[in-house]
Design a protein around this ligand. Structure first.
Ligand code: FES
Length: 106
């Protein structure tokens, strides 16, 4: 199983095993990782799953579509490496992906 690494705003680091095909938002919420809420369940209407993807991993992800981009604009403190974790689907290629969580999701 691939793993994903979540780092909170205070530097706390959490490693979680991910099922292939699950989204990073699902991995976080199923593993009780605070900092990712996923209020809308992954239908891109809340932006409470906002993460900053480590730059080393950004190129391995398919680009965000227009809907995701517009939702990221509504997130708190978006940056160039911002993504919605509900739109990142785990694959073997993403084993070890590192994402940082914002101070707040709203
Ligand atoms: Fe709502 Fe990702 S879970 S936009």
């Amino acid at each position: 199983m691939p793993t994903a690494i979540f780092i909170d705003a205070n530097g706390g680091q959490y490693e979680a095993e991910a099922k292939i095909g699950d989204t990073l938002m699902e991995v976080a919420t199923e593993n009780g990782i605070d900092g990712i809420i996923g209020e809308c369940g992954g239908v891109m209407s809340c932006a409470t799953c906002h993460v900053y993807v480590d730059n080393a991993w950004l190129d391995k992800l398919p680009p965000a579509d227009e809907v995701e981009e517009s939702m990221i604009d509504m997130a708190i403190n978006p940056e160039d490496n911002s993504r919605l974790s509900c739109q990142i689907t785990m694959t073997d290629d993403l084993n070890g992906i590192i994402v940082r969580m914002p101070v707040s999701q709203f």
